[in-house]
Design a protein around this ligand. Structure first.
Ligand code: ASP
Length: 613
């Protein structure tokens, strides 16, 4: 029962002017006590002519009250009950309920407020449609699941704050109305009433503000910051989200990782009761090679295998790419042909020219099967490609992947990046349990490349942001081989979700200019976009480094949820609407005039539905 899983009264005595006890805290030891409990009517059962059983609910749980059945109270009415705690008669104890040994008898009932019939049952077993849940979010929030999740999130926040305070960080709030942030996402803009035609940007993160705090001598800063990015919504993304944002001066990557780990592990312990082990590290190159992604899900194995050497001189065109990577799918040999075809399609969508596949079979009697090592059964490969493989290639495929009869082997031959990332996508599809399930596997991913991909003009693009410090020993490569330059950037990953990222920052103008030049940002453009930061750097910028991680994502996984909406009180739907309030909504003409704005759309039928009346 959910009512058992959280402490009934974590804040201690919650006696108020209207009540003596919370519903969920009453136990057999309270027998004989005269109590007043308040809450919502969860359920009412008639028992003969004179008696009714009423379950009264507040956030701490449910208590059974025995009332006169002439009292008119209905589902979700708000009432106060005064009565005496007594043991339930033998045979009627409910072991599934924390208060299941007792009930409140000799009751007087005071109706505090009547209620309309709820639009759905306030019960975790009754899952309604999400738009309906969000439209009546205030009813949905009464459900044990939402109570549990938001209270867990509050414990996460409290643990993080306390860890940061303990480590000497100072909480500073930064503006919501500000200048654009170079995080690379689309921004929300706010029109200025006093400066028609000009706009504030809502912060994608407090990145530049926190760097300026370092120049301002704040040394160790943190904030639970609300950030806004106008990007398509997904299970792990909302327009607005909360980050633990931090920055430190005179500190290295290791210092940042140690301080962040402390808060994250404290938060996990506060949420689950168990402290995870110290967080391990993996280089970006290793993560890509072994798991095909910079967000490795380490809850399961299925590591990628490199067959590039074995196929270096192959005659098979499908394997003639510069790199050949393979993935063993245990017991995937039973997949239907249409399921395999859909994997091939997925590989193509992810950027591969094709996907080779082999079912691992028992070797046939004719002896054309390859052995998998001394003393093991010979195995064969069932695939349209098999007849093109040489004996040594077939043997290498079986041996290096550790194939077993009944497995499916998948292989991509392409550039190193594509071969890895395509198989990484398939690995996640085929192996990842739902994100909130199973163990929690944290990992730091370090040594990211400085640049990733090129923009439309052919200039390298910053993998993190343009203020990230390269490793000193890689600086000479900036002119010769920029894509080989490693940055002092690091990510924190949990169960395949990126929790956050950070870096050591550039605090020297000469290095910053070289990075801008490599990115194709002219000094005029740098001046107009980040002039205030560059200017501040003239006035004594200490070496500094920082990090930010998403509290919504962390809380969702710790709560066992698949979607961050379940740990946010008032989230938006997939289309960015709020069914509760009807936001976004058109502005009255007068307000538009005041803001100096003339609109050109959208057509009326693309507007979100108005809120209920
Ligand atoms: N500002 C970065 C982000 O929001 C994090 C950081 O580098 O501190 O992703």
């Amino acid at each position: 029962m959910t009512t058992n899983s959280a402490p009934a009264d974590p804040a201690g005595n919650q006696t108020t002017a209207l009540r003596t006890h919370l519903c969920g805290v009453l136990r057999a030891t309270d027998e004989g006590a005269r109590v007043t409990v308040c809450g919502w009517v969860a359920r009412r059962r008639e028992h003969g002519e004179h008696l009714a059983f009423l379950d009264l609910r507040d956030h701490s749980g449910v208590i059974q009250c025995v009332i006169d059945n002439k009292v008119d109270v209905r589902s979700e009415w708000v009432i106060a009950i005064t009565g005496t705690v007594r043991r339930r008669p033998a045979g009627t104890v409910n072991p599934g309920l924390a208060t299941g040994e007792v009930e409140v008898g000799e009751c007087t009932v005071e109706v505090l407020n009547e209620a309309d019939a709820p639009p759905f049952s306030v019960d975790d077993r009754d899952e309604s449609d999400e738009p309906v849940r969000l439209r009546y979010r205030y009813v949905d929030l009464r459900r044990p699941r939402m109570q549990r999740n938001l209270r867990l999130r509050a414990r996460v926040n409290a643990a993080i704050r306390s860890a940061m305070d303990r480590q000497g960080f100072c909480e500073v709030e930064t503006p919501l109305l500000w200048a654009p942030t170079p995080e690379g996402s689309r921004e929300f803009s706010v029109p200025s009433r006093l400066h028609h035609g000009s706009f504030y940007a809502l912060p994608q993160s407090p990145q530049l503000a926190k760097q300026l705090l370092m120049v301002g001598g704040f040394d160790r800063y943190y904030q639970i910051a609300r950030c806004l990015r106008d990007e398509d919504l997904r299970a792990d993304r909302q327009f607005e989200f909360s980050q633990l944002d931090m920055e430190m001066s005179f500190a290295s990557q290791d210092d940042v990782m140690a301080c962040v780990s402390e808060g994250v592990l404290d938060a996990a312990e506060a949420a689950t009761g168990e402290r995870p082990p110290p967080i391990t590290r993996m280089t970006w190159a290793d993560a890509l090679n072994r798991f095909g992604t910079d967000k490795p899900d380490l809850r399961f194995e299925m590591e990628l295998v490199d067959l590039s050497t074995e196929f270096a001189h192959t005659e098979v065109r499908a394997f003639s790419g510069s790199h050949v990577k393979a993935l063993r799918v245990p017991e995937g040999g039973s997949f239907s042909r249409s399921r395999i075809d859909s994997l091939v399609e997925q590989a193509k969508r992810a950027g591969a020219a094709g996907l080779a596949w082999f079912r691992v079979t028992a070797g046939d009697a004719a002896g054309d099967a390859a052995g998998t090592g001394a003393g093991t059964q010979p195995l064969g490969l069932d695939s349209p490609l098999d007849r093109f493989l040489s004996e040594t290639e077939r043997a290498a495929v079986l041996e290096k992947t550790g194939a077993k009869e009944g497995d499916l082997l998948l292989a991509v031959s392409d550039t190193h990046r594509i071969a890895c990332s395509v198989l990484g996508t398939l690995r996640a599809t085929l192996g990842s349990p739902p994100v909130g399930q199973g163990p929690h596997h944290y990992v730091w991913v370090v040594d990211f490349p400085m640049f990733d991909g090129v923009d439309a003009a052919g200039n390298p693009q910053a993998a993190h942001h343009p203020f990230t410090m390269p490793y000193a020993e890689d600086l000479p490569l900036l002119d010769t081989d920029p894509f080989a330059v490693r940055s002092q950037a690091y990510d924190l990953v949990l169960n395949g979700w990126e929790l956050g990222s950070g870096s050591v920052r550039i605090h020297r103008r000469d290095i910053q200019s070289r990075i801008f030049a490599t990115l194709g940002i002219t000094s005029e453009e740098a001046e107009s976009r980040f002039g205030f930061l560059l200017n501040a750097f003239r006035y004594g910028a200490p070496p500094h480094a920082g990090f930010a991680y998403g509290i919504d994502r962390l809380a969702a996984i710790l709560a066992g949820e698949e979607n961050i909406r379940e740990v946010i009180a008032y989230p938006k739907t997939q289309s960015g609407a709020d069914p509760l309030t009807g936001a976004p909504s058109p502005l009255p003409a007068r307000a538009l005039v005041e803001l100096g704005i003339r609109t050109v759309g959208p057509p009326p039928d693309t507007r979100p539905a108005p809120p209920p009346t």
